[in-house]
Design a protein around this ligand. Structure first.
Ligand code: MTE
Length: 330
């Protein structure tokens, strides 16, 4: 997070932002339009004439993705509480080609190409520490314990850009209950992969405290907003966005949202975090979105919506204060 390169040519403009009505899949569109009682086959045969040609093209075009993903079909329950984030969805092709993933590159536009040798299957997450059911879990094991659901969240990077993404994920608090996390655990630590043969960033940036690691207080981990995400836009998480499993905490800066997690530990004592350890005077341990506290290089008062030159005001806790502000009252 040293430097934001000037907007490259491939980066879209405001008009490119996909409106929710375009993102919704055909069945969903029809359901919202009042056809929810029709059976699947009847629905399929009726759907085409009901849509205007332009709309049909937009909806059909969602079937192909800009980048290669392990696109297993996914039809998670769409949590109605988080069906909208009060902003248009960011275009999927931007979310998957503008990435901070230092294990691969500092250049956000190159990450999606450099991730290709990265193997994300098979994958195990080692869960250890103060809990009843430690062990090695596959992503499927975790999804069996707690069903993934879809939620649309705003996402705010400390570099003052923002996006709005439909995440598929497991609520971490529910998972903690299933795993029998002890009351003695006060923190949870997350560790990302470290495989230098598959990712050039480790050798290129040897001064960083690899592997990437993050942590939350247990009350933050148990908050209903906190997700372990396994997908975006109804598909499996692309490698560049943190496949196969990453953390999503929408009231905190993007740097807390650790990607490609291999280890989760429940601890009594506060562990350090990657950016706080590397540059403590620039990144606080909590890293909650706060427009009043400027970063030395980026004012936090406003944010640029990805795909647009438009700046909007940044809200405390990224607008999620009603869910989390009480956690930080002394
Ligand atoms: N996780 C790992 N393992 N490595 C990283 O470099 N960067 C963080 C976060 N998680 C990072 C990471 C930062 S700074 C941001 S802004 C987000 O990932 C970016 O997520 P995205 O590429 O899906 O937009």
């Amino acid at each position: 997070m040293h430097y934001i390169p000037p907007r490259p040519d491939w980066q879209g403009r405001q008009e490119d932002i996909t409106h929710e009505s375009q993102w919704l899949n055909r069945r969903e569109w029809l359901r919202l339009a009042g056809f929810s009682l029709l059976g699947g086959n009847i629905l399929a045969s009726l759907s085409t004439p009901l849509l205007g040609q332009g709309q049909k093209e937009t909806l059909d075009s969602k079937k192909s993705t800009h980048t290669k993903t392990t696109s297993k079909p996914s039809h998670p329950w769409k949590n109605p509480k988080f069906r909208s984030a009060g902003r248009p969805l960011t275009k999927e092709s931007l979310v998957t080609t503008w990435n901070n993933f230092y294990e691969f590159s500092l250049d956000k536009g190159k990450v999606h190409k450099l991730v290709q040798p990265f193997k994300v299957s098979p994958w195990a997450v080692e869960i250890s520490g103060l809990l009843k059911k430690p062990g090695n879990y596959s992503v499927q094991d975790l999804e069996k314990l707690v069903s993934p659901e879809e939620r649309i969240y705003r996402f705010r990077c400390v570099e003052a850009w923002a996006m709005t993404v439909p995440w598929t994920g497991i609520p971490l608090g529910l998972l903690c209950k299933k795993l029998g996390v002890s009351d003695k655990a006060k923190y949870v630590r997350f560790v990302a992969f470290k495989r230098p043969k598959e990712s050039p960033g480790f050798a290129a940036l040897p001064h960083y405290p690899w592997p990437y690691h993050e942590a939350l207080r247990m009350d933050e981990a148990m908050n209903e907003l906190t997700l372990l995400a396994t997908g975006i836009y109804g598909k499996a998480l692309p490698k560049q966005n943190g496949a196969p499993i990453r953390l999503i905490v929408p009231w905190k800066y993007g740097l807390k949202n650790i990607k490609s997690i291999v280890k989760i530990e429940f601890l009594a004592k506060r562990p350090d975090t990657f950016w706080h350890e590397a540059v403590p005077h620039e990144y606080s341990w909590l890293s909650n979105v706060d427009p009043k506290v400027p970063h030395p290089r980026w004012s936090q008062a406003t944010e640029r919506l990805l795909g647009s030159d438009r700046k909007v005001q940044t809200l405390p806790f990224n607008g999620y204060g009603k869910f989390v502000a009480s956690l930080y009252k002394k």
